[in-house]
Ligand binder design. Structure first.
Ligand SMILES: Nc1ncnc2c1ncn2[C@@H]1O[C@H](COP(=O)(O)OP(=O)(O)OP(=O)(O)O)[C@@H](O)[C@H]1O
Ligand SMILES: [Mg+2]
Length: 219
């Protein structure tokens, strides 16, 4: 089915669950695609009829301004976006099926909280050796929390901005050797950056379908 028509928010009553499923999108490194992946997941889940809220953990962050821009264009997003300056995931918000937390870079306390409390973590990274080295810090902080959890932390990596080039191939190989679970790859496409403040088209959401399926989230 083509996805050109604007979506509207599903009724909260219809699809409400007891506790929302929580997904933290994290990487201590900046500019790797956290907000882009957050938006892709939210659009995909909204397409599936889920009631979604994004918690923008970045004060004055991109998710909030994306939402505002869409509203100003007369095309409100099919999910809610709220700034969240507390460290929890507000799972008490039972009107929602999913809470997706878009995290800022370089915030160890937030990452620790995500690793302790989120049901799932999604870690976008860019191709490149230095990017894999830098993601090691995120992995270390997560690992510290993992042992203390009562439930299994499910997580995986999203290789973002991939192309048909050596750096992408080498990164894929390196990730495999390290045993890092890769949920999907997102191609480098100008359409992703152009989507800021607008609705993400269906063809741009295919990687989000992979992410949800490979995390084992049943919709
Ligand atoms: N697959 C892609 N193809 C092309 N451009 C992309 C892609 N993914 C992200 N971008 C662009 O790269 C920039 C950084 O992406 P994004 O804002 O999602 O990263 P971030 O990790 O949230 O950054 P920050 O750490 O600053 O919050 C943005 O301009 C975004 O539009
Ligand atoms: Mg961001």
């Amino acid at each position: 089915m083509k996805y050109h028509t604007l979506m509207t928010k599903p009724s909260a009553k219809k699809s409400a669950r007891k506790l929302p499923i929580t997904i933290g999108v994290v990487n201590q490194k900046g500019g790797v695609g956290k907000t882009t992946v957050t938006m892709m997941l939210a659009f995909q889940l909204a397409r599936e009829g889920k009631n979604v809220i994004i918690h923008d953990k970045d004060s004055g962050g991109t998710a909030m301004s994306w939402d505002k821009a869409a509203t100003n264009l007369g095309q409100p997003l099919p999910f809610d976006v709220a700034h969240s300056d507390n460290f929890g995931l507000l799972t008490s918000q039972t009107d929602y099926d999913f809470v997706i937390a878009d995290n800022p870079p370089n915030n160890e306390l937030l990452l620790t909280t995500m690793a302790a409390t989120a049901d799932y973590l999604v870690i976008p990274l860019l191709p490149g050796g230095v990017e894999i080295d830098r993601v090691g810090l995120t992995k270390e902080i997560m690992a510290k929390e993992e042992g203390a959890r009562e439930t299994t932390l499910r997580y995986g990596y999203v290789l973002n901005s991939v192309g048909n080039n050596n750096i992408t191939k080498e990164t894929e190989k390196h990730m495999k050797e390290l045993g890092y679970p890769v949920l999907t790859s997102i191609p480098r496409r100008v359409a992703y950056s152009e989507a800021y403040g607008k609705h993400l088209r269906g063809d741009l959401l295919l990687p989000a379908e992979d992410i949800l399926r490979n995390l084992g989230i049943k919709l």
